[in-house]
Ligand binder design. Structure first.
Ligand SMILES: [Zn+2]
Length: 533
């Protein structure tokens, strides 16, 4: 009974954990590595042909994106996940394969001119299509006998439609253990989907820690704030451009905009046009309007019962072709454009930014986390100009950070999730899926609450019978950040990051007594005076 860590170890992408029991090998997630760690997506640190099962917590590419590669390298076992994750995975993996093929084609065009040998895509559309042959689906809370000595159950993790935490009951040679893999734990009170399920006992827990060091800021009134942004921009004659992940976040936005339109909240233009410019978002929206029995929260259920289409309203258009997408930039009618990718590093959104960033009447509204080193983060950090498609683009549009939306539980909710696991209390908690600065810190935090915990490193192996580490892991080298048009030095980026920590600390200090608050303010003021800024 062994547990190995093959991804999302002190980083937030490439989730992959491996359980070996009774001669079987079970992966929990098999995600694409997208971060700065030097882990190759090409090679697995285990034999893909020897894997018997892959259990998938949810469809996000950093949890499922390497499955086609696994099949390409000899996997022929079973993939088990919830019905809705399977539906979303099908379209997301095809989209990912399309990007892999395009990437390879682009590299080869450049490489040919430089006399380099051609490269192969990580996987092809054909590989992604094969995933369906191995997929088996289940519903939430259905108990499944996976193989000898292994029972599993998927429970709603409230993070994305179909997302799950996975509970497993293990028995090897009479030794019984239970283990919970948290998957990505959702935020509470999100529209459409339910709040995450809490567990009451487990011998081991593998839990995420994305927001293990911070809380979300005060909850926004989603519709009021979004309506205000749209109203002001429409009145100025500009566009609202929203970079958004195609699956999940885009449907949430449609949900809010439908309400905004129903309540006629945009006075300057009550029937403003909305364009979803992402073929993947269009397909995902179709899945979100399918058979969602057992997957929705109460508010959404009520709408379904009323016969309301949660994601549809007048003047909504979904563009398909590149020509339709380009035409949006020629038409000066004020509109809302929602497009991918969410962090602006790729996709159609980059064209929309190019055509709207320089116009002072427009607004770019960020609705999701912007990773370090991405164009989105650069814009949020106040870049005055950015280089896109080889052109210098001045930033004159209003940049808004709509922080209320998050699909991840924050620090307090993570703590509440883990503290409910007490009968039995875990022998050990493995903290994964958090940055290098966050995961060990979160492990320390829960140690302070009486848990035994640590943040494993890549390729670490643990024996679950004796609760002993069998093999140490390592932290991979980190890649240098490369962003087109970055004019900001890494020292400056660090300064901005520390600045954000100061703001967070101020928010946390809110409830302290007046004397310490005054003290804090005086000291900060002294630092600012010293630097004459
Ligand atoms: Zn996720």
């Amino acid at each position: 009974m062994k547990l190995s860590f093959f991804g999302a170890d002190q980083c937030v992408t490439g989730s992959c954990h491996c359980l070996e029991i009774n001669g079987k090998t079970i992966l929990v997630d098999c995600g694409l590595q997208q971060g700065r760690d030097e882990i190759s997506n090409e090679e697995f640190p285990f034999n893909p042909a020897g894997v018997d099962y892959v259990l998938v917590t949810h469809a996000h590419i950093d949890h499922s994106g390497r499955i086609p590669k696994l099949i390409r390298q000899g996997f022929h076992g079973e993939i088990l996940t919830t019905r809705l994750t399977a539906d979303l995975m099908r379209i997301m993996l095809l989209d990912s394969a399309h990007i892999q093929e395009q990437d390879a084609e682009w590299k080869n065009r450049k490489g040919e001119r430089a006399g380099r040998a051609p490269v192969e895509p990580l996987y092809t559309i054909e590989d992604a299509q094969k995933v369906a042959e191995y997929l088996k689906t289940c519903e939430y809370d259905e108990e499944i006998n996976l193989c000898e000595g292994v029972r599993v159950k998927f429970s709603d993790a409230g993070h994305l439609l179909g997302s799950a935490s996975i509970w497993m009951d293990l028995n090897e040679g009479g030794v019984e253990k239970t283990i919970v893999f948290s998957g990505d734990i959702g935020n509470v009170d999100q529209p459409i989907i339910r709040d995450p399920v809490h567990f009451h006992g487990a011998d081991y827990v593998v839990m995420e820690s994305t927001y293990g060091d911070r809380n979300h800021t005060e909850v926004w009134s989603y519709t009021d704030d979004l309506a205000k942004i749209i109203d002001e921009t429409m009145a100025r004659g500009g566009n609202v451009v929203i970079p958004s992940f195609a699956v999940g976040r885009t449907q949430e936005l449609l949900y809010f905009i439908r309400e905004i339109k129903d309540r006629k909240m945009v006075k300057s233009n009550p029937d403003f046009p909305v364009y979803i410019d992402s073929p993947l978002a269009k397909q995902a929206t179709q899945i979100f309007t399918g058979n969602l029995h057992g997957y929705l929260d109460e508010g959404a259920l009520k709408l379904v019962a009323d016969g309301t289409n949660m994601f549809n309203f007048t003047n909504l258009r979904m563009t398909e072709t590149v020509d339709e997408s380009r035409a949006l930039n020629d038409d000066r009618t004020p509109k809302v454009i929602i497009s991918a990718s969410g962090m602006c590093d790729a996709g159609r959104i980059r064209h929309h930014l190019k055509h709207n960033l320089w116009r002072p009447e427009c607004t770019v509204a960020f609705v999701g986390y912007q990773g370090e080193g991405t164009l989105g983060r650069l814009l949020l950090n106040g870049a005055e100009s950015v280089k896109m498609f080889g052109e210098e683009i001045t930033v004159r549009a209003k940049i808004v950070n709509y922080t209320g939306l998050s699909s991840h539980a924050d620090r307090d909710h993570l703590l509440s999730w883990i503290s409910d696991i007490k009968e039995p209390k875990p022998q050990h908690v493995f903290v994964v899926h958090g940055d290098r600065e966050v995961a060990p810190f979160f492990a320390q935090t829960i140690q302070g609450m009486g848990f035994t915990a640590h943040a494993p490193q890549y390729t670490e192996v643990y024996d679950l019978v004796s609760c002993q580490q069998l093999q140490t892991g390592y932290l991979p080298e980190r890649k240098a950040k490369v962003v087109e048009g970055t004019k900001v030095s890494s020292a400056y980026e660090r300064l901005v990051a520390v600045g954000q920590l100061v703001v967070e600390a101020i928010k946390r200090a809110k409830k302290r007594d007046n004397k310490s608050l005054a003290n804090f303010a005086d000291q900060l003021k002294k630092v600012l005076e010293k630097w004459d800024v």
